[in-house]
Design a protein around this ligand. Sequence first.
Ligand code: AMP
Length: 141
Amino acid sequence: MADTIFQKILSGDIPCHQVYRDDQVLAFLDISPLSEGHTLVIPVEPAETVDQLSDESAAAIGRVLPRIARAVMEATGCKHYNILQNNGAPAHQAVFHVHFHIIPKYDDGRGLGVGWEPIGTLDRDAGAALAARIAGAIAND
Ligand code: AMP
C-alpha cells in the first residue's frame, strides 16, 4: 500500500491536531472541516477500505467512536452529527487509508449535506434473493 498522508500523520512525519490515540486508533481534526469539530478517526492498521480492515481494528474503532463523538459534542456544543465513511474514489474517498468522519451538524445548516435519492422501493422477491446472496457471502467470509 502506498504511503498515504494519514500514514505520515501516524508516523509523526506530518503534524495533526490529535484528540485521541491508543495502540490501534488515532483521531484528529480534519484539516478542511465541513463544520467546527470535524474529526477523523483512523486505524493504525494501513487498510485502504473498510472491507480490508481486520476484525481487531474494526472492533477497536467501534469501541472508541461513541466516546469520541460524545467528546466532539461536549467540546463544540453540537447536538447532532453525521458519521461518514467513504470507500473508493467514486464514493468520494480521497485518502486511501480507512477513516471515519465525525461531522457536527449545526442549526445554521453547517455540516454534511446529504443527497439521498432512492432508486425505488425494494422489490420483495429481488430483496429476498439479494439478502440471501449477502447473507451467504457473510457466512462464507
Ligand atoms: P475522504 O474524502 O473521505 O477520503 O476524506 C479525506 C479527508 O481527509 C478530507 O476531509 C480532508 O480534508 C482530510 N485531510 C487530508 N489531509 C489531511 C491532513 N493532513 N490533516 C487532516 N485532515 C486531512
